[in-house]
Design a protein around this ligand. Structure first.
Ligand code: G3H
Ligand code: 13P
Ligand code: ZN
Length: 322
């Protein structure tokens, strides 16, 4: 089947109590690792491209890599999505250039300005059969060249969501309920220690999610910053010369719980980066005389595939839903 929008995926995910995985792609091995996993477990999937990915790999290369995946995996729905579109022009360029979904992220702007920018993107995208994700609230962490500190971050205000969605006409809404971008969440200082002496990260604000859901019944909600920072890869990075802090990420059970509610799309990027980097670091340490990129990219791709498979089956619940 050709590239699809997320409309049908989200309708089914909402009703079925699961979420679609949205994974960032920057090169061929990442596209292959994700789509081979989705294909094997028969899951719909969203491949997303950031401004940084377009700057790194070039729009055309990324679109063609995704089109290749569509040919290789004809039986699963695949959407191509712009992640964190910073302005109208970038969104237009992706709509014109073959994407089926775009995010306009004007969440750092004042509320009315966010509405105006989002509305403009929605009008253009809908005229071209493309769907739009927008955002309200500010996640902590790093995305592209924007770094939001914990103090600058704030949860979505549920009382704003009806006006925002009605006035903009957006198709899905990313909200801030305590997830955070990057692989540095949550450090021991941000966690509490339970009776068993285990670090517990700050829980997601399910009260905010529930209130948003009550105000927007049936409307697809998106979670960004949902990497769980797999400890095996943090260890692998650190044992093989890297220096990642001891962050522990968003607990997967909390993502599963969100997926069973109104959250239809969950963004995971940093976990795949960790899998790739950890694997390559280990390879170089174990095999110091090897220099063929295929030899170290092959296990990196295989581990991305294994990780995505786990997310699709055990966290998102979307395996078998293609
Ligand atoms: O939220 C951002 C994504 O992880 C993409 O990251 O801007 O470094 O490509 P990037
Ligand atoms: P992570 O950094 O938690 O993987 O989040 C990715 C993301 O939200 C992409 O938009
Ligand atoms: Zn994001």
């Amino acid at each position: 089947m050709p590239l699809v929008t997320t409309k049908d995926m989200f309708e089914k995910a909402y009703k079925g109590g699961y979420a679609i995985g949205a994974f960032n792609v920057n090169n061929m091995e990442i596209v292959q690792g994700i789509t081979e996993a989705a294909n094997e477990v028969n899951a719909p999937v969203i491949l997303q491209v950031s401004k940084g990915a377009r700057a790194y790999a070039n729009h055309t290369y990324l679109v063609k890599l995704v089109e290749a995946a569509v040919i290789e995996c004809p039986n699963i729905p695949i959407a191509l999505h712009l992640d964190h579109g910073p302005d109208f022009e970038t969104c237009k360029s992706c709509v014109d250039g073959g994407f089926t979904s775009v995010m306009i992220d004007a969440s750092s702007k004042p509320f009315q300005e966010n509405i105006e920018i989002t509305k403009r993107v929605v009008e253009y995208a809908h005229d071209h059969g493309v769907v739009v994700e927008a955002e309200l609230g500010a996640l902590a962490g790093i995305e592209d060249d924007v770094k939001v500190s914990a103090e600058e971050s704030h949860y979505t205000h549920p009382e704003e969501v009806e006006e925002f969605v009605t006035k903009t006409g957006c198709d899905s809404l990313a909200i801030a309920i305590g997830t955070s971008h990057g692989a540095y969440k949550f450090t021991p200082e941000q966690c509490t220690v339970n009776e068993q002496g285990v670090l517990v990260p700050p829980p997601l604000r399910f009260d905010v999610l529930e209130e948003v859901t009550r105000r927007l019944p049936g409307f697809p909600i998106v979670l960004h910053g949902s990497s769980s920072v797999p400890q095996e890869y943090v260890r692998m990075v650190n044992e093989d010369g890297g220096q990642m802090p001891n962050a522990i990420g968003v607990p997967e059970e909390q993502l599963r719980k969100a997926a069973a509610l109104s959250v239809c799309k969950i963004n995971i990027d940093s976990d795949l980066r960790l899998a790739m980097t950890g694997t390559i670091r280990k390879f170089f340490n174990d095999e110091p005389s090897k220099f063929d990129p295929r030899e170290y990219l092959k296990p990196a791709r295989a581990n991305i595939k294994e990780l995505v498979r786990h997310k699709l089956i055990d966290v998102l619940g979307c395996a078998g839903k293609a």
